[in-house]
Design a protein around this ligand. Sequence first.
Ligand code: AMP
Length: 248
Amino acid sequence: MKVLVPVKRVIDYNVRPRVKPDQTGVDLANVKMAMNPFCEIAIEEAVRLKEKGIATEIVVVSIGPAQAQETIRIGLAMGGDRGILVQTDARAEPLSVAKIIRAIAEEEKPGLIITGKQAIDDDNNQTGQMTAALLGWPQGTFASAVVKDGDKLMVTREVDGGLQTVELSTPAVVTTDLRLNEPRFASLPNIMKAKKKEIAIKSPADYGVDITPRLSVVKVTEPKKREAGEKVADVDTLISKLKSAGAI
Ligand code: AMP
């Protein structure tokens, strides 16, 4: 079974984002970028499926600027077999990304697409679901376990108050939650080996997808500054302070 893993290049999760002075978005100039953490989990899951003999080939896909090649290379160093970069400097919204992934899936015919549950930059949590809908494939979102059972996939999902297991026929789309696995580090020898792996460079037009944004961002603002905390002498003082602040 071929596995397709879409990975997004996002602002590194350790970096504190700065809003642009004109409030049109987050300032990405000279900011450290990295693979979206949920996409690392998606790659790791695909590699584990390959190690178990279930996945035969892992194709790592990214839609983004030329630098997204570096993100694909990390995926290849973790165990991906080849990459596809759909190169664009424009902001690709989830629907456009999903349409491109659909077109790639129609060409590549994977048995499984594993996406992150969300990209930590825009927090959309839409691409996996939209991809499944466009392809008419079953989906298992927020996966904390993926087990192959004959020709079915058993996907355990983290839901309010517990775990739900769904049975999917393949081809299917799975989106990864945080506890699905702990991604491996790409070792230096594997990073070197990944340099030789093939990355095809494409454009959205190659897949017949117009990525003109349909949404406009009205404004991006910094979160409200948190006030400094205060140490109190004992519980009684804490309670009277909370009461006078109207918190209890
Ligand atoms: P989102 O719906 O934007 O929160 O993203 C969810 C998941 O969709 C990500 O973790 C990726 O697996 C995939 N995805 C979103 N945007 C892109 C992109 N530009 N290129 C490749 N994969 C993407």
